[in-house]
Design a binder for this molecule. Structure first.
Ligand code: SAM
Length: 212
């Protein structure tokens, strides 16, 4: 999702209290940032933040960090927080390639990847958020019993992700190629903006859960 560049979005983000300005300085100190010991769940590529903020409202005893590469997209999430502040949410504007500079070993309990960019060209495979290169990064920050949950409507990206989980020596705990008709996996499902859009067009939603 790349919205039109919104003039001033970087400045708004720089002054916003929910947006962590120097996230590298929080490495190893995230519980202090939230002022509690609750588990930390992150979403990489959160877009406008509907999924993350809905979960945060449902689960006040979990801390959520939303990560988004583009200021113009993140801005929408920040605007929602101005309207309805949530103490257990923070945002970071960054490229997730450097995620290991921001979270320490075992600091994260769950990683959500929703409708991640497909990067269809083979030479860009390592940029996909479910590539073996990204699983190696998740391995460094995720607790031993932590999980990665991934949803997409993109069959090629999903097939690629299943292969990469094998290559990375992770376990595939569960998967479905039609989430909305899989009552067990769909229980408690929170829809993302892209999920609403693509499922309303009739695209089946694929989901997998992976762990080490
Ligand atoms: N997760 C949202 C949803 O399901 O509605 C947005 C999906 S959108 C297709 C993917 C989002 O991931 C975009 O907003 C994009 O800017 C962000 N993104 C892609 N690669 C990223 C990266 N390496 N680091 C941080 N954000 C990234």
């Amino acid at each position: 999702m790349r919205l039109r560049n919104i003039p001033g979005s970087r400045e708004v983000i720089a002054e916003n209290k929910w947006c962590i300005q120097e996230p590298e300085q929080q490495k190893g100190h995230w519980h202090e940032a939230f002022g509690n010991d609750h588990p930390i769940y992150i979403e990489i590529g959160m877009g406008k933040g509907q999924f993350l903020t809905t979960l945060a409202k449902q689960n006040p005893n979990i801390n959520y960090v939303g990560i988004e590469k583009y200021s113009s997209v993140l801005l929408r999430g920040l605007q929602k927080m101005e309207e309805e502040p949530l103490e257990n949410v923070r945002f970071i504007r960054m490229d997730a390639e450097t995620i290991c500079d921001v979270f320490d070993k075992d600091e994260v309990s769950k990683i959500y990847l929703n409708f991640s960019d497909p990067w269809p060209k083979d030479r860009h495979a390592k940029r996909r958020l479910t590539s073996r290169q990204f699983f190696a990064r998740y391995d460094k920050i995720l607790k031993k019993d932590g999980v990665v949950e991934f949803k997409t409507d993109n069959v090629d990206l999903f097939d690629f992700s299943l292969e990469e989980i094998k290559e990375a020596n992770w376990n595939l705990d569960a998967f479905t190629r039609d989430l909305h008709h899989d009552s067990a996996m769909n229980e408690g499902n929170v829809m993302t903006e892209y999920e609403e859009r693509f499922s309303s067009m009739g695209n089946p939603i694929h989901k997998l859960i992976a762990s080490r």
